[in-house]
Write a protein that binds this ligand. Sequence first.
Ligand code: 0X9
Ligand code: ZN
Length: 303
Amino acid sequence: PVDWTVYNTLEEINNWLEQMVQEFPNQLEILRPGKTGQGRDIVGVKLDFSPNVRKKTIFVESNIHAREWITSATTTYILDQFFRITDVEQRNIIEAYTWYFFPVMNPDGFVYSHETNRMWRKTRTRYNIFCYGADPNRNWGYQWMNGGASQNPCSDIYAGPEPFSEPSVRVMKEFIETIAEDMVAYLDFHSFSQMLLLPFGHTIDHLNNYDEMKEIGRIAMDELEEVYGTDYVVGNVAETIYIAAGSSMDWVKGEFNTSIAVTYELRDKGSYGFLLPADQILPTAEETLVSVFSILREYRIRH
Ligand code: 0X9
Ligand code: ZN
């Protein structure tokens, strides 16, 4: 069962998504845009509280890195809360957009992290007799291999033999292209470090709407901190965490100049790292949701 007291398997998450769609057929639609390298469906949902009205869209991505289990736990919590929240200001924000949720963007890696190697990060493409997988957050075709990525298939940051070599990445690229025109926000969830990262990963330059997003991000992370005292750093990828080119967020920002493009690095700061205890799922999810509302509210005030 998905109740945010334990970490769930891919099957449990997908069953829960299907259950939600059955319960709310007028607001939710199941999406299966394509298959992974190992033949699994990549499963997402489209959420719209007034499906006949065309709106701006928001895309929510998590678990493109397999071992970052807190990320899909958090985004499924957010999706669930969208059906429970009664606060008028929050409902206005939820209902102003068409939402896309893809809780597990890397299903092959996610299953491998559950069944075989808890610390697995990449996809599961076989590249040689010893080494499997490319980093699906180095495989996107914007500034590909321009820093912080490797051409060695045994590396955890292997960018792949070419941009979009990984079937799951290619599927999601093609799906995002079909909705990009109306997209106002791309929310990408990773762990860990407690950071809110802004484009880009290949340069420390403050490009596009960096200054405005830095200001909005700081306000949002201050509100997040008020919930449980969790402190976040805000800044561009290259200067805040490290140079890293070929990510999904950078591709979205670079290709479509999407107004809000952010990458969360959720809890914690390294005590447990990727092995964040399950009793931290709810507090992490709660504080993160507060900050998502905060980002959207602050953006809407300014536009
Ligand atoms: O290295 C990564 O892909 C991310 N950190 S993680 O520990 N979750 O692996 C940072 C990604 C941010 N980089 C860009 N969006 N360019
Ligand atoms: Zn990650």
